[in-house]
Write a protein that binds this ligand. Structure first.
Ligand code: ADP
Length: 170
């Protein structure tokens, strides 16, 4: 079966998929941007579960329940802070997508929604990040997996245009 990849503009907290991915920080104790929005929408139980995990290194991923979210799971991954591109940023960002999808597969997840990891407060250039995201996801979906749908949820119309062009869906 071939998995579907799509991009849309919206709020990741309202996505009715099996798992949404959180662009977290290494503490996993919440923050601004998409992280704050996910914690607000999931409720305080999410933070309680995150406290038991004890953080997550950059490029890795951890899974929790979704609590009050429509999604069953939240996969927390930590993107790199952009520092010019020579501090292993591409490798670390790629690891976020690969490790999130690996974790999704071990939990039997069929649909996953990703935000644009690292391109907000962490300042990774959107074109480079989106190209890397699409390539990493395509590569993962060529391997055996339970995942049938990957949805890139873009917060802005500009980001959506970038993703659509890279996906060839413009
Ligand atoms: P990072 O620290 O990894 O850069 P941010 O949360 O600052 O994470 O930004 C990542 C992306 O998530 C940005 O494109 C931002 O606009 C977007 N974003 C913020 N809130 C939401 C949301 N509720 N749903 C989807 N994307 C969001």
């Amino acid at each position: 079966m071939t998995a579907r990849i799509e991009a849309l503009q919206g709020d990741i907290t309202s996505q009715a998929v099996d798992a949404i991915v959180n662009a977290a920080n290494t503490t996993l104790l919440g923050g601004g941007g998409v992280d704050g929005a996910i914690h607000r929408a999931a409720g305080p139980e999410l933070l309680e579960e995150c406290r038991t995990i004890g953080g997550c290194p950059t490029g890795e991923a951890r899974i929790t329940k979704g609590y009050r979210l429509p999604a069953t799971y939240v996969i927390h991954t930590v993107g790199p802070v952009w520092g010019g591109g020579h501090r292993r940023e591409p490798e670390l960002l790629r690891n976020c997508y690969v490790n999130s999808l690996a974790l999704a597969a071990t939990h039997g997840v069929r649909s996953v929604a990703f935000p644009s990891i690292s391109t907000g407060a962490y300042r990774y250039p959107i074109h480079q990040a989106a190209k890397l995201a699409v390539e990493a996801v395509r590569e993962c979906l060529r391997q055996p997996t339970t995942v049938e749908l990957v949805r890139f949820v873009c917060f802005s119309a500009g980001d959506l245009e970038v993703y659509r062009r890279i996906l060839g869906q413009a």
